[in-house]
Ligand binder design. Structure first.
Ligand SMILES: NC(=O)c1ccc[n+]([C@@H]2O[C@H](COP(=O)([O-])OP(=O)(O)OC[C@H]3O[C@@H](n4cnc5c(N)ncnc54)[C@H](O)[C@@H]3O)[C@@H](O)[C@H]2O)c1
Length: 389
């Protein structure tokens, strides 16, 4: 039973990799919910839901808007390609169905504003999953920072190298993740959202006031999006974070936070999909004794916790507890979009973005309306609708 002693009726919208491989094991580990309906245009996905989840055919919708109107669910979990998020979340709010969305909240700030407004107007909670923040190693690191273990944090570094690793000669060559009109960009708006909220968390949740970034497309030649990004995020009081991410083969990563009284570092090791599927996380804290923060027991399926903390946070939001709101998801998105603007023009970008800015209105695609320098990476690599392969 949930804290409220009643069962939440949940619908899943989008039954792809995130839903099947990452979320369902987490849902299975949570009490007080029942998966009662699904929606996916793919007949194969709907048949699988009948077969493996035992959901009757009449509750397996091809059209997600029918699910939202059905009255069958209290809340939906949206795991669909990014270009569908805004319309689905607005429709959910208008139908009075609470919704939790995967990152990114949307592809542009104009879309994000529509979602925030619909949630506020209807009083319907919209949550955003910041699931990496609940991974045992990241949660432990944040807890130590909040306890003051390293004093005042002034610098954080998040790196994730070689994540996603699309096989561009295989089925992934046509992946929607590599097409800007569907994904809203490449690694920055995708994995980068996780890195952004982790970095902000390690700086104590401070507001980011300035963003500088470079992006490039080096290894992943299919599609029209970037496969690497380096960002610098600055707070008003001079603290900052650096974020380095690449798509491609191999996978490693580490997270460091430096404070007035010490340093914490976590290294994610062991496995092709580290660091997001943390096989082993070893933390060191200086200024005290070296300390192993957390070692995961690999005999346990890591996917039971992959989304569990984020889903539980959303369920708490439905009970009126603080959660990660659409406005929070918007803030993460704004930083990713500022990174695109910075990378396109060169130089730092002050936040907030101006509503008249094409990047505010159209997301990454909007950089093409800017007065780009002749050597801009956007032109050189034909990104974001520039005709790259
Ligand atoms: N937070 C994480 O750790 C994490 C990990 C992976 C993916 N994701 C996110 O999850 C979301 C889905 O990614 P994925 O990897 O599962 O993609 P995917 O391509 O594997 O699956 C997407 C599914 O959505 C369905 N779909 C497409 N349009 C739809 C619509 N309008 N209504 C209902 N279903 C629709 C597709 O048929 C497909 O089954 C994205 O936002 C992605 O960024 C998050």
């Amino acid at each position: 039973m949930s804290a409220n002693d009643y069962i939440r009726r949940i619908g899943l919208i989008g039954l792809g990799f995130a839903a099947w491989d990452l979320k369902l094991p987490s849902y299975a580990a949570i009490d007080g919910i029942e998966l009662v309906a699904v929606a996916d245009p793919s007949p194969a996905a709907r048949e699988r839901a009948q077969r493996e989840l035992g959901i009757p055919a009449e509750r397996c919708f091809a059209d997600p808007y029918e699910l939202l109107r059905s009255g069958l669910v209290d809340a939906v979990d949206v795991s669909t390609p990014h270009h569908t998020h805004a319309d689905l979340l607005v429709a959910a709010a208008e139908a009075g169905v609470a919704a939790a969305c995967d990152k990114p909240l949307a592809m542009s700030l104009e879309e994000a504003d529509r979602i925030v407004a619909a949630s506020e107007r209807s009083g319907t909670p919209i949550g955003v999953f910041r699931n990496f923040a609940h991974f045992p190693s990241h949660a432990k690191m944040r807890e130590l920072v909040e306890q003051g273990a390293i004093g005042r944090p002034s610098f954080a570094r998040v790196s994730a190298i070689g994540v996603f690793a699309p096989d561009t000669t295989g089925a992934n060559a046509k992946s929607w993740r590599l097409r800007s009109e569907v994904a809203g960009g490449g690694i920055t708006i995708d994995y980068g959202i996780h890195a952004i909220y982790l970095a902000r968390g390690l700086l104590g949740g401070a507001e980011i006031v300035r963003v500088s970034a470079t992006i490039d497309r080096v290894d992943v030649q299919a599609g029209d999006v970037e496969d690497r990004v380096s960002m610098r995020l600055e707070t008003a009081d001079g603290a900052y974070a650096t974020v380095d991410l690449t798509w491609g083969g191999g996978s490693t990563g580490d997270v460091t936070v430096f404070g007035s009284h010490g340093v914490l570092k976590i290294v994610h090791e062991g496995g092709i999909s580290a660091p997001h599927n943390v096989a082993r996380a070893v933390g060191h804290m200086t200024d005290r004794r070296d300390e192993t923060l957390h070692e995961l027991d690999w005999t346990r399926d890591p996917f039971d916790w992959y989304y569990r903390g984020a889903i539980e946070t959303f369920l708490g939001q439905l009970d009126g507890r603080p959660g990660v709101t659409a406005a929070d998801g918007r803030a993460d998105l704004e930083i990713a979009l500022a990174a695109y603007r910075s990378a396109a023009l060169g130089g730092p970008i002050a936040l907030p973005l101006d509503p008249a800015d094409p990047v505010y209105r159209r997301g990454a695609a909007g950089v093409r309306e800017l007065d780009l320098p002749a050597d801009s990476v956007i032109l050189r690599k034909r990104l974001f609708g520039g005709g790259a392969a």
